[in-house]
Write a protein that binds this ligand. Structure first.
Ligand code: ADP
Ligand code: MG
Ligand code: MG
Length: 206
């Protein structure tokens, strides 16, 4: 797995932004049930803004580009996703060391997840993006080697985590104010995580 290489990082980033953009309507629709219907539009806006900056992002080291992405996200995305992804990326950027090997990415992701849990105040099981993020990153963190098998297993855990939010009792975000009977589908934020993590998995599997 060569995620430490420049071009692969940009390839992953592009793939993530395209996948999130393609799923705008699906995520808006999921968010319209338990929330305000903007989760897909928000991630679409963030993704498009990142894509317009892709050339300048490719010039920086990975930590600097994560910080720049955090600032783009903070500027163009509103709501819970905007705030939490900005925290996630800022924390990950602060942890990412050079030389940037696969293990560095796992540690950066792990720091990002910690930050989302700390500032967002939610835990796994609360029907949020953490239900997809936490099992995935936890698995990678405990994997002795970060190879393609480990990444494919993590992708599967991520999909299962997003799927498991169906019918979960919401204890954070807007969905915690709506009737439990309405929450039969997945949490949009958790599905968004599975969309971007699958996109990374596809690039790294090549
Ligand atoms: P908003 O409710 O501000 O419109 P978005 O639509 O951008 O937020 O994002 C909604 C998603 O954010 C939810 O589906 C959930 O996954 C995630 N989320 C909301 N609050 C929290 C939180 N406190 N911790 C972690 N994730 C959260
Ligand atoms: Mg919303
Ligand atoms: Mg909103």
């Amino acid at each position: 797995v060569g995620i430490g290489k420049e071009s692969l990082f940009i390839e992953c980033l592009e793939s993530v932004c395209l996948a999130l953009s393609e799923n705008k309507d699906r995520l808006d629709k999921l968010d319209s049930i338990g929330g305000d219907g903007d989760c897909g539009s928000t991630l679409y806006a963030g993704s498009q803004a990142i894509l317009t900056e892709i050339d300048s992002l490719a010039e920086m080291n990975h930590s600097q580009s994560l910080l720049k992405i955090a600032s783009i996200v903070e500027r163009v995305m509103g709501g819970a996703s905007g705030a939490l992804y900005s925290l996630f990326l800022t924390a990950a950027a602060g942890q990412l060391d050079t030389p940037c090997v696969p293990r560095s990415w796992v540690e950066a992701l792990s720091r990002g997840v910690e930050s989302v849990a700390k500032y967002g105040g939610a835990s796994p099981g609360d029907r949020t993006m953490l239900d997809a993020l936490h099992p995935t990153v936890h698995y990678l963190y405990n994997s002795s080697t970060i190879n393609s098998n480990a990444i494919q297993s993590a992708v599967q855990l991520c999909n299962e985590g997003a799927n498991a939010t169906k019918g979960m009792c919401a204890r954070a975000g807007r969905a915690s104010y709506v009737s439990q009977d309405l929450l039969r589908d997945e949490d949009p934020g958790a599905v968004a995580v599975s969309i971007w993590f699958n996109a990374i998995g596809r690039v790294l599997a090549k």
